[in-house]
Ligand binder design. Sequence first.
Ligand SMILES: *Cc1c(COP(=O)(O)O)cnc(C)c1O
Length: 422
Amino acid sequence: MRKETQCIQAGYTPGNGDPRMIPIIQSTTFKYDTCEDMGKLFDLETSGYFYTRLQNPTNDMVAAKIAALEGGSAAMLTSSGQAASFFSVFNLAGAGDHVVASSAIYGGTYNLFHVTMRRMGIDFTFVHPDCSDEELEAAFRPNTKAVFGETIANPALIVFDIERFAKAAHAHGVPLIIDNTFATPINCRPFEWGADIVVHSTTKYMDGHDSAVGGAIVDSGNFDWMAHAEKFPGLTTPDESYHGVTYAEKFGQGGAYITKATAQLMRDLGSIQAPMNAFILNLGLESLAVRVKRHCENAQKVAEYLEKHEKVAWVNYPGLPGNQYYDRAKKYMPDGTCGVISFGLKTGREGAQDFMTRLKLGMIATHVADAHTCVLHPASTTHRQLSDEELRAGGVLPEMIRFSVGIENIDDILEDLEQALA
Ligand SMILES: *Cc1c(COP(=O)(O)O)cnc(C)c1O
């Protein structure tokens, strides 16, 4: 099936007389005839459900759709994008380990790595996506367990060179994890460029309707854990909490990573997505291909409009031919990038706030990548604790407006911009 068809059909095929939609299995628990039947599930001897903290059928059907869209071997849903990013790394690295991460990542991911996971004893080296080969090489250590980057960084809109970082990661025997939230599998499939694991904040385009916070992790099934067994003992040696099962042996290259993340991390940390939210996410996925196309068309027109406007100082959108990342975006995302644009007004920080207050259609919201056009001024909201100097150092200019173009009629969006700028 092609992507547009997978959005509708993948993950669930109803049998004779079954519900057409993925059913919401709103049940915490599942019934068995004998203790032995259930015992086999606890030993991972057979697959099945016993408690929704670990797995739920609704979630698994929606995860299977996302796995199909990404071209992966297995996937799981998490309660949020943050949980997905955390699990994706913690499934490979523990205290004493190290990870190489792009410095152009979502602020929440940066805090998770730089503050919270450091507290757990995992060290991170942040490298700029455009660093030299020498800098990238120097970032690796003998205890490095993964490389992490973001296809299109939120909010910097830097396009990541997936192929280059995948080669570097593989040369050091570790997988590349990609946050593919902004591009979505409609515009980019990181596995085709060598990435090994993909994470999503499904809260953004995948849900796409301001309705359900969620996350997903997808495994490509391409990384050979056994070939680097000494680096990943969690996957390649017996797990005592599961009667000595060795994930990479029992579940193979395509199943080990997600099975371990489910059986261990979900069991112990309990960050499952509610089945009701998974159902809502699936409604979003069904129209994902249509919406993403429209987001990109609208964003392209908004970027071109802003670029020509006399009151606009600068526009950052990888779809603009003059953009620093235009060529890289064309390579990885020939059909379009995303619906998010950033720009600055000649009137600076004050002008930005004034302009935003005057928007009638574009709502001020801590959100992006959604059907509704929305707008955020990072310097006065998400990054308000930072001084202007600190903002500049972090690549967030004080006047920067993050404009997330929705799927409304483009003329209404442009007219709203026009009147607010006037
Ligand atoms: C929002 C976002 C996240 C975090 O996702 P939540 O669902 O809010 O936890 C991670 N990565 C990117 C790129 C995001 O935009």
